[in-house]
Design a protein around this ligand. Structure first.
Ligand code: NDP
Length: 263
């Protein structure tokens, strides 16, 4: 029996156990996926090994710690500096990132996107910003505080804190903060949110499972948006391929995951 887990804090909201267990059950795979509340990211590697896991996903706020916990990081994650999927290969912990491709898949219906405002500068923002830059989008980042912006300054993106942000027009604004996950707060002050919303074509929030204040504001203003559920599904399918060595095709995995995770 193989054991998989998701690490996070908070982690109770995560639908990843339901999604992956549905696939294991439907395909008769001897595996189980659980959740681990991890307070200290520095303990990720030890906890992974103690639990004898075969693989894991990592959510808020440990994606950067996960990057540091791996023996090897492959593909896009190497460039982004954040890992959301770890697979044990022989005795090595190998890290990947499936968030950014998952997000791009989720906004495939949004047309003519050229410039994007990313709200937040945490682990998820790092992955999305790197992918947006790779895809040739013009990217601006707006974060509550300045400390995390230095990482992005060399990347070619424009960076702003709440103190020096000037609302411009954007094709897409994405909330990548955890504001609204466990509380009812917007990711920026109310007046700034109103200015942003009045100058965008599309919106997105990476949080899923509830209507965040940001999503409610998009809805109130009639702006087409995606919440985090399509991203969750797409990143989950990609992670499952890594866990099972791509033994099953994407449609099969997606079919079983989709049945359980929509709310
Ligand atoms: P991190 O902890 O790495 O980063 C959090 C970011 O949010 C920081 O920029 C922080 O700003 C900001 N922030 C936190 N609280 C507030 C607040 N009240 N107001 C304004 N800004 C705030 O988190 P992650 O990047 O790992 O995760 C972020 C979110 O993305 C989580 O809600 C997670 O559930 C979701 N997620 C969803 C996925 C999906 O598949 N749908 C996949 C991955 C993540 P500061 O620097 O000032 O502290």
């Amino acid at each position: 029996m193989k054991l998989f887990a998701i690490f996070g804090n908070p982690v109770a909201h995560s639908k990843s156990p339901l999604m992956h267990n549905a696939v294991f059950k439907a395909l008769g795979i001897k595996a189980c996926y659980t959740r681990v509340l991890l307070k200290d990211g520095a303990k990720l590697r030890d906890t992974f090994l103690k639990l004898n896991l075969s693989g894991a996903n990592i959510t808020v706020p440990h994606k950067e710690a996960a990057f540091k916990s791996c023996d090897e990081v492959r593909g896009f994650a190497k460039k982004a500096g954040v890992v959301n999927t770890i697979v044990k290969e022989d005795d090595k912990l190998v890290g990947y990132n499936t968030d950014a491709d998952g997000f791009l898949y989720s906004i495939k219906d949004f047309k003519d996107i050229k410039n994007i405002l990313v709200i937040g500068a945490g682990g998820t923002a790092k992955a999305l910003v790197q992918k947006f830059l790779d895809e040739g989008f013009d990217v601006s980042i707006l974060n509550r505080s300045e400390k995390r912006l230095s990482f992005f300054e060399q990347s070619g993106a424009k960076t702003y804190s709440w103190d020096n942000f000037k609302a411009d027009s954007f094709d897409l604004a994405v909330n990548t903060t955890s504001a609204g996950l466990e509380d009812e707060s917007l990711p920026v002050p109310d007046d700034m949110a109103d200015k942003i919303i009045s100058n965008i074509k599309y919106g997105a929030d990476v949080i899923y499972g509830k209507k965040t204040p940001f999503v409610k504001l998009l809805e109130k203003n009639g702006i087409p948006y995606k919440d985090g559920s399509d991203m969750l599904l797409a990143q989950g399918v990609l992670a499952n391929h890594l866990f099972l060595g791509k033994r099953y095709d994407t449609q099969t995995i997606q079919k079983y995951m989709e049945k359980v995770f929509r709310y």
